[in-house]
Design a protein around this ligand. Structure first.
Ligand SMILES: *Cc1c(COP(=O)(O)O)cnc(C)c1O
Length: 221
């Protein structure tokens, strides 16, 4: 499946109006597909599986900024901490603690986003707002982790009102965290919006969209 260059250009046009960034989600896609988008200037790529990410990182250009957007198991953090640019889905303090421990070993700070639960579905991982505000003061114990903002996964639905509500809630949470008085640096990243809903997400305050199928076609399993 060739990369959809015209979709790539259109997405970039829309993103620049919002000063937002694109993470090209390349899970299950070939290294050739990634190279093709790389040649168009894309440098931020997102992967969901640790082993696949490690293999791709080893053989693709070193200036790619790799984002881990999947559910990270604690025992696998050590494989990606040495090179990852941003871990989006940190959904517990236990995981944050493990990332910090690995970062101490490799002596490099690791950028992370905390995943918050905004969807109706029970299965989506993440903090709720109360937990988030309670745990913010504890983050200073993990000095090798740089928390830069929040990540959310909306409900899988075509219901625009529902999506809008969830995006607004996520933005509200970011604002509340920033107003908590417990952050040393303001959080600036809101990672939300995928192929089907990224425009709506941008309208509601997203600063980083994660787009796969619009760029690379449907998933290949
Ligand atoms: C696969 C995936 C995406 C991209 O979804 P598309 O609908 O293909 O754009 C974004 N975020 C996460 C967490 C994903 O797993």
């Amino acid at each position: 499946m060739p990369v959809n260059i015209s979709a790539f250009e259109e997405i970039n046009r829309k993103l620049s109006a919002y000063h937002a960034e694109l993470v090209a989600v390349s899970k299950t896609k070939s290294k050739e597909d990634i190279q093709e988008l790389y040649q168009q200037g894309q440098r931020d790529f997102g992967e969901n599986y640790v082993q696949e990410l490690v293999e791709k990182q080893e053989s693709l250009p070193k200036d790619i900024r790799w984002h881990f957007i999947g559910h990270l198991q604690r025992n696998k953090a050590k494989y990606i901490v040495p090179f990852v640019h941003l871990i989006h889905g940190v959904d517990s303090l236990k995981l944050l603690k493990e990332i910090n421990k690995q970062a101490v070993k490799t002596k490099g700070k690791v950028n992370c986003l905390l995943q918050v639960h905004i969807a109706q579905e029970e299965t989506k991982f993440g903090f709720d707002e109360k937990e988030l505000l309670e745990e913010i003061p504890l983050l200073k114990d993990y000095s090798m982790v740089n928390v830069l903002g929040l990540m959310g996964m909306a409900t899988f639905t075509d219901d625009k009102d529902r999506l809008k509500l969830e995006f607004k809630r996520l933005k509200g949470m970011l604002d509340n965290c920033n107003a908590s008085g417990n952050l040393t640096e303001p959080w600036s990243i809101l990672s939300v919006g995928m192929s089907a809903d990224y425009q709506l997400a941008l309208e509601e305050g997203s600063t980083m969209v994660r787009i796969g199928s619009l760029l690379f076609g449907e998933k290949e399993y």
